[in-house]
Design a protein around this ligand. Structure first.
Ligand code: CA
Length: 241
């Protein structure tokens, strides 16, 4: 999809971590550059518009969540995808970042291989144009074992039709539109809102449980991301846990 080398901007104040990411990114065929401060990063982002940002949340001047918020408020930087680097146990930050529009995250200490897999995933799904959820009439997933017919509201599991409620369908469609991307419960609620009954965080879990049961042998494709939410997994993503 990308012909030129992908431009990666690393926003990280710890030199060893920045170097590690740079090293692996360059080996993976990207062009990487590091900025050590949040404020400066915003300037550089506006000017250079890289393809992807790796954003540490713990920065000396302007914290990563604020950088993320400002990026999303600015027309020039809004569509640049962000992968956050968070401290262990800071699930509230992960939730906040994803709700601000970050695409994905890794937790320190992270494996460079996992980070590169996440970055490639984001680049693959993020064309130069702003995030557009799949508008296809049918989503064919897991090598055809799961088919979601959006117009007909039909889901086929291993060639057998399965009856989902509107809410279950909404949740599955939303997650499956962007495999590998974590969605918080609030995002799920917002996405299926209006299409079904009123949802709360807790009822999302109940619907997901019911959905998994109906997905039968494919139930594991709706993956729980502890403390954060859910994602659709194609089983190829390297897990961090
Ligand atoms: Ca830091």
């Amino acid at each position: 999809m990308t012909t030129a080398k992908a431009q990666l901007l690393i926003v990280e104040d710890e030199p060893e971590i920045a170097e590690l990411i740079e090293f692996h990114a360059e080996r993976a065929g990207m062009r990487a550059r590091t900025i050590h401060s949040g404020r400066l990063a915003l300037e550089v982002l506006r000017r250079e518009k890289p393809d992807l940002v790796v954003l540490d949340l713990m920065l000396p001047d302007l914290d990563g969540l604020e950088v993320c918020r400002r990026m999303k408020q600015n027309e020039d930087t809004r569509s640049i995808p962000i992968v956050m680097v968070t401290a262990k146990g800071e699930e509230a930050d992960v939730v906040a970042g994803i709700e601000l529009g970050a695409e994905d995250y890794v937790t320190k200490p992270f494996s460079p291989r996992v980070l590169m897999a996440r970055l490639r995933n984001v680049l693959r799904r993020h064309g130069p144009i702003e995030e557009t959820p799949t508008r296809a009439e049918r989503l064919v997933l897991l090598g055809g074992r799961l088919v979601i017919d959006i117009d007909r509201h039909e889901v086929t599991v291993e060639s057998k039709k399965t009856d989902l409620t509107l809410t279950e369908f909404g949740i599955l469609h939303y997650l499956a539109s962007r495999p590998g991307f974590v969605r918080t419960r609030d995002q799920i609620i917002a996405a299926v809102h209006g299409k079904s009954t009123v949802l709360s965080s807790r009822t999302v879990d109940v619907h997901v449980t019911a959905l998994r049961r109906k997905l039968d042998t494919l139930s594991e494709c709706v993956e729980t991301v502890r403390g954060v939410g859910y994602r659709f997994s194609e089983g190829t993503d390297e897990s961090q846990n």
